[in-house]
Design a protein around this ligand. Structure first.
Ligand code: URP
Ligand code: ZN
Ligand code: ZN
Length: 459
């Protein structure tokens, strides 16, 4: 029988602010936001002193994904458990096209990997890496199946990169279909020239990853992407922005009324490029693309989140173990698989290091980790909000407790975390997926097959 219970006395973050109130949960949905009379015959869970937010929605992940000669070390089972522990109840994963593969085949492959294995709700974007004659028709089929967003790469030449004509065509198709185009904006041509020069000069270690991708390689691609979107009269969503110049370009476009939006990630907000100077091969842990940046860029990203230039913080969860995976590039940084784990720590880090030091209000934090990603990707208001009728995906956060990030005790399947030993104010005490308890104080307690595929709306 579906459970009926109340979360009583918490500070509940809703769309019209934070209020001390109760939540009545029934049959997996929020039945009411408001005081539950003491006389009501109902199971009451006391959450006084705690903060209650909607479950995190992580719209940028790579589970069980072959990339740069390795396969990400978390599959849908382990990553979804880690997500639950870290307060995320929905993720949207990038289904990655192989050369020559048709989109329906990609989706079938991805559904086969995730189906019955995810402990939280999930959906897919389609990453188009190899356009083919029937692509347009297949994009329409995907949208009809609820896969309403696509990704293209302006970098990773020979692996995933499209040219400007292909990007322009796909932008137009997305506009026609009401789909969102997610763009990885880095100038792949210039990066390859710089990388080649560095290797010829004997700079083969992970620091050269940073040197081969200066901020201009992102800013140029972002500005070009905006121009192409303008030409196609299409919306565009930039993934994983890392630079002040990119934030500025997106702000200008938005001010001009263009439907341009952008995301950044936990690591760009919190980690410094100085980490690439770590001794030996240690810095391979931070080889993500685009790379980590300096403090002026981080300040611009936080500012962009506050002033709504940027709407979303994702994890870009793309874990590769140091042992046996990152080491593929021990002699040549170009072969280090790009990516790092992050789904487990996105929500707690953004609360502990975003809200607590005053970088984000509690309400804006909820918007960028949950509400906006749900809105942008056709999941709202089932997901991303605490209101009557929404899914009872809820996170109970104890502001008076704290935690320390350790790879040894985390749930993500990776042999390191870029946030090792970070002290995090606040602790996630309980996580509910559609009214079912799935995590309790750092432990997964849900069902491994509880996650449902979410068919998403087009614009
Ligand atoms: O380093 C990254 N971001 N790896 C994942 C692939 C991508 O570009 O999103
Ligand atoms: Zn990317
Ligand atoms: Zn990614």
């Amino acid at each position: 029988m579906p459970r009926r219970f109340g979360l009583v006395g918490g500070t509940v973050v809703t769309e019209d602010g934070s209020h001390v109130t109760d939540l009545l949960i029934e049959a997996g949905r929020i039945e009411n936001v408001g005081r539950i009379p003491a006389s009501a015959d109902i199971e009451r869970i006391d959450v006084r002193g705690k903060i209650v937010i909607p479950g995190g929605v992580d719209v940028h992940t790579h589970m069980d994904t072959p990339f740069m000669g390795a396969v990400t070390s978390d599959d849908h089972a382990s990553a979804s458990r880690a997500a639950a522990v870290g307060g995320t109840t929905t993720y949207v994963d990038y289904a990655f096209q192989r050369p020559g593969e048709r989109l329906p085949e990609v989706l079938a492959r991805w559904a086969g990997r995730a189906g019955g294995r995810s402990a939280i709700d999930f959906s897919f974007h389609l990453a188009v890496t190899s356009p083919y004659p029937d692509l347009v028709a297949d994009m329409a089929l995907a949208v009809a199946d609820g896969v309403t967003s696509f990704k293209v790469f302006m970098a990773y030449k020979g692996l995933a990169m499209l040219d400007d004509g292909q990007l322009f065509s796909i932008l137009g198709e997305c506009r026609r279909l009401g789909a969102t185009l997610c763009v990885h904006a880095e100038n792949g041509h210039v990066i390859d020239v710089l990388a080649e020069r560095l290797v010829r000069a004997g700079r083969t270690g992970p620091l050269a990853h940073l040197l081969s991708r200066p901020p201009e390689t992102e800013v140029e691609a972002v500005r070009r992407g905006i121009m192409l979107a303008n030409l196609a009269d299409a919306p565009l969503y930039f993934v994983h922005l890392s630079t002040a110049g990119a934030v500025e370009a997106v702000a200008e476009a938005r001010l001009a009324g263009r439907p341009i939006s952008g995301e950044t990630c936990t690591h760009y907000l919190l980690l410094d490029e100085g980490l690439y100077h770590a001794p030996g091969f240690e810095a391979a842990k931070y080889v993500v693309s685009p790379p980590l940046r300096g403090p002026e860029h981080r300040e611009a990203l936080w500012r962009g989140l506050r002033d709504t230039t940027l709407g979303v913080v994702s994890s870009d969860h793309c874990p590769f173990c140091m042992d046996g995976q990152k080491t593929l590039g021990v002699d040549d940084f170009r072969r280090i698989p790009n990516g790092a784990p992050g789904i487990e720590h996105r929500v707690p880090m953004l609360y502990g290091h975003g809200v607590r030091p005053g970088r984000l209000s509690l309400e804006r934090f909820v918007e960028v980790v949950s509400t906006e990603p749900a809105r942008r990707f056709g999941l709202y208001p089932d997901k991303g909000v605490i209101r009557r009728g929404s899914d009872a995906d809820l996170v109970v956060l104890d502001p008076d407790a704290a935690s320390v990030v350790l790879a040894q005790t985390m749930t993500q399947n990776c042999d390191y975390t870029p946030f090792e030993r970070w002290h995090v104010p606040g602790r996630i005490d309980a996580v509910y997926l559609r009214g079912e308890l799935v995590a309790r104080r750092g432990r997964f307690v849900g069902r491994q097959d509880a996650g449902r595929f979410l068919s998403r709306r087009a614009a």
